[in-house]
Design a protein around this ligand. Structure first.
Ligand code: HAM
Length: 426
């Protein structure tokens, strides 16, 4: 029987992991630059957490979750996103009582959504996310957005735009909710069954319905921004002013509402027109969530954050990765005695901090040189019977093509002296 990976999952093979590591390293460096600390939460949580936090009328919760019962009959869900777990952990670990009022956190890891797989969309995918919890200040919204923009710039992504909008505070959202109901009331019977349910429970979710997306009433639906309370408007104006001062380009996108329920005030998305992703693809998005922490049983503490889909970042980066470094030495034994000696040498070289490998396949020189080439080895070290007798090795520099006989006891000194690969082998 042949096995295949489940639909919507992808194996990341060794020739791609180097690129993933580069992406991860870059994200870690940027977070360190912003003094954002990593946090790791479980990959599965109680289902109830997501229905509460993400919202039980959202597509994510109603259609896309991987939910199962564990052996004790508890309902468990593989995390479809990272914010809920971070918020749960923040409350559970009483992080609100820490001396630093603003907690700046990031995470990277797999997320799970039962969606139709396509380019840049998988069932197991990875997110890089940032959450800044503790302050309601528009300065923090902007710090999160600047970090998001810094990421796409550092990756050299072209054709990306920051879209922003405001959903306002509770007062604004109540007013908007009423306006939406008013707007959709005359056409309610034309809308799908789900939308009719949403109409009562959460009319905002009608706007991200995939079935009714072309209905004329969708186009001229009211905009959140026209229903902002005075203080919500002041918050949003300050966000725009700060972005202007920092000369961060953005567009106010009055149709942007996001598909998760916890948002209030500022919402934003980074949208790419890169043809590799398809025009108008969202590489990342986020926003403010001022009531999430208290809804999960914590104190009244606001937050703001965003997440990028890492597969989308990888696709958009194309071949803008640094070439991987080769190994320092490839040891090529010819014959059993040479192989014994080679094993001693690679062990000694590794202990000295050099990256190296040897042939275990008993191949001839030609095959071994091919491997040295594939591994981009700086030196090939040839050990034949004669070398074993003489207690020397033959060092070939694969760049200068020079070949020299080196006594066993001088190997390390020789490499250190002749190595210009830029490695630091202190
Ligand atoms: P989201 O918009 O649901 O937000 O997801 C963020 C990003 O994850 C998307 O823009 C997309 O790049 C990526 N993504 C989502 N689903 C998939 C998928 N099936 N395959 C590949 N990539 C995908 C959130 O998850 C929020 N937690 C963001 C946030 C953090 N808001 C506040 N803090």
């Amino acid at each position: 029987m042949a096995y295949s990976a489940p639909r919507g999952t992808v194996d990341i093979l060794p020739d791609a992991t180097g690129k993933w590591q580069q992406l991860e390293q870059l994200l870690r460096t940027i977070c360190a630059n912003y003094n954002v600390k990593e946090m790791r939460t479980p990959i599965f949580e109680h289902t109830e957490l997501f229905s509460r936090a993400v919202g039980d009328t959202t597509d994510v919760v109603t259609k896309e979750m991987y939910t199962f019962e564990d052996k004790k009959g508890r309902s468990i869900t593989l995390r479809p996103e990272g914010t809920a777990g971070i918020a749960r952990s923040y409350v559970e670990n009483k992080m609100y009582a820490l001396p630093e009022k603003l907690q700046k956190l990031y995470y990277m890891g797999p997320m799970f959504r039962y969606e139709r797989p396509q380019n840049g969309r998988q069932r197991q995918f990875h997110q890089f996310g940032v959450e800044m919890i503790g302050l309601e200040s528009p300065y923090v919204d902007v710090e999160a957005m600047v970090l998001a923009v810094t990421v796409v710039e550092a990756l050299g992504l072209n054709d990306v735009k920051l879209h922003i909008n405001s959903l306002g505070d509770e007062e604004s959202r109540n007013a908007y909710r009423e306006a939406l109901k008013e707007h959709f009331k005359p056409v309610l019977n034309d809308l799908c069954y789900d939308c009719q349910q949403r109409y009562e429970k959460n009319p905002l979710r009608i706007l991200d319905c995939k079935v009714d997306k072309d209905h004329p009433a969708m186009n001229n639906a009211p905009h959140t921004i026209d229903y902002l309370s005075e203080s919500a408007k002041a918050h949003f104006d300050k966000v725009c002013e700060l972005l202007d001062d920092l000369e961060i380009e953005y567009v106010i996108d009055t149709n942007l509402v996001r598909g998760l329920d916890y948002y209030s005030h500022t919402v934003f998305e980074v949208i790419s027109d890169d043809p590799k992703l398809g025009a108008g693809s969202t590489v990342g998005g986020g926003g403010r969530y001022n009531t999430l922490i208290s809804e999960l049983g914590g104190p009244d503490v606001p937050g703001v954050g965003f997440a990028f889909g890492m597969e989308r970042l990888m696709i958009a980066m194309g071949d803008r990765f640094e070439e991987e470094e080769g190994i320092d030495v490839y040891v090529m034994p010819l014959g059993t005695e040479a192989k014994d000696l080679a094993m001693q040498i690679v062990t000694m070289l590794r202990a000295n901090g050099f990256t190296c490998d040897m042939d275990y396949c008993d191949r001839g020189l030609k095959g071994q040189f091919k491997s040295a080439d594939r591994f981009h080895a700086h030196f090939s070290m040839i050990i034949g019977e004669e070398e074993v007798q003489k207690e020397v090795v033959n060092m070939k520099c694969n760049h200068s093509k020079e070949q020299v006989e080196v006594p066993l006891e001088n190997i390390v000194a020789f490499i250190e002296e002749h190595y210009e690969g830029g490695h630091d082998h202190e």
